[in-house]
Write a protein that binds this ligand. Sequence first.
Ligand code: SF4
Length: 614
Amino acid sequence: MYKGGYAGKILRIDLSKQTFKEETLPEELVKNYLGGAGFAIKTLYDEVKPDTPPLDKANKLMFAVGPLTATGASCSSRMAVVAKSPLTGAVGMALAGGQFPAEMKMAGYDMIIIEGKAEKSTYVAIKDGKVRFRNADKVSGMLTTDTQLVIKDELGDHNYRIACIGPAGENLSPMACIINERRAAGRKGLGAVMGSKNLKAIAVRGTQHPNVVDAEKFKKARQVMNKAMKESPVLYPQFSKSGTPMVVDATSAMGIYPINNWSATGEIDMVKGLGDAAQSKMIIHKAHCHDCPVGCSQIKLVTSGPYAGYMSEGPEYETTYSLGSTLGIDYLPAVIAADRLCDEYGLDTMSAGVVIGFAMELYEKGILTKKDTDGLELKFGNHSILLEMLRKITYREGLGDILSQGTKKAAEIIGKGSEFYAMHIKGLELPAYDVRGAKAHGLNYATAYTGADHNRGYAFQEIFDIPVPEKVDRFAIKGKGRLTRWNQDVRSVTCDCAPMCAFLLDMAVPDIACQNTADLVNAASGTSFTAAEIQRIGERLNNIARLFNIGAGFTRKDDTFPKRLMTEPIKAGASRGQLISQKDLDEMLDEYYTERGWDKDGKPTAAKLKELGL
Ligand code: SF4
């Protein structure tokens, strides 16, 4: 069925035995799951029992790219990293861009499956199909930038691209991420899974460009996408210059930018400190992922004050919230420094920030005292304690040890009613949209297979007022089940499997995404997908992920929100008075489950599974 596009091989690495083997990429996998997250989640479903403890050596860690990666299709250097998550206990899937995904494909593989556990700290070097296991003692405990530099030196080739963990992953924090260059496969604690396997890094180097079967058709499909990108009123005119920080201005105006652990959304304006204009002043350089003409990524440098000398690729929108607004901090230099430190520690900026915001609110309420914080004044707005808190979390010292386990677990340990202030769903900390004022966004948080994850079904209709597939009222409840299903299925396949950067879907190509993905993939691979079949793959992915989670013990009651969002309305601003009551949630869930062909408990029906060939 496929003749090009794919590398055609899966690399299976056994760290316990220090062996590897190559497997031919099965036609069935291509036909039903397309690539990226599809390949990796199907592998998780088939090969990891859902009750496996996430940090047990029986858990597996997959890195998977898609048929468009390294073909020259715009913004397609993306990979899905998948394992059972130690933060949520559900499917853990994180996406990352940068150069590593394209290099992995050129090194000869569509997916790398990591099994077992190395006896000692190890890294794996892969060059054009040649695999070596290397002792990682020299880089153990090292920060991520230095780790990458030392490994490149040791391999004698600075063209290697490296995905590695920092001390947070080695110390098994369920908030640890995997860093390649300055890009993170963040959230869901996949860095801890890597750490549990004593795998410090994977280095890839390749020279094999995938074969594009029909170059003329591929060029035409690329032109269609490039035209849509150029015609977008946002993508090049604004997003290419400002990147995601421009969303701070938008969500602040909508009254949904969360402040002070979601207790003061709409009450305090942080645009002056964290918004587009403030961020633009600090840009010294721009960065692009492989094959990306947009280049949304900006390098920012602090040149004066207490954080002078800190530089980060970011902070992007989510991090302005997690290390800024939800901590009551609008001093951008502090956010830049904290962002950089998280990358160096290999600590997810979003989870780490949100758990600190949680601790700050507990401190303000007297549930935590100076005795618990080793004397630190954990007050909203006090940026002077931020870097020290990140260090304590990474090295699991004192309160940092409790917080390093994530907000859900920390609330269970601390008790005293702290769960009310714990902003997570299924254990994953909430992203930067106060969903009381954006209901489809909220329903996606509640139902996404990874927990509160904006990336699984981002409701761009509510944030950017784009009327595809239909115009929506962000406060309305009715219709959000249908919309969320569409958002999750289309995004899952086009962004997570093909793959294409999600910003293209949100800002440029939502109306043509499935057709254009079909055209690009067919031209590259010689396949014959229709747009409807492409969308069906997204649906299949969401169903198989749901089945894994049901096996892991998740039910309808986990498709919910923190109590605060269901009982406390937003107090001020453009979303004043909004909340999501239990009745609202039930109505949205009933509609969503019906749209999905699931029963009242959120289980896929036998008829639906048969229809999807599951
Ligand atoms: S738009 Fe930004 S995140 Fe997306 S591929 Fe380009 S540089 Fe990477």
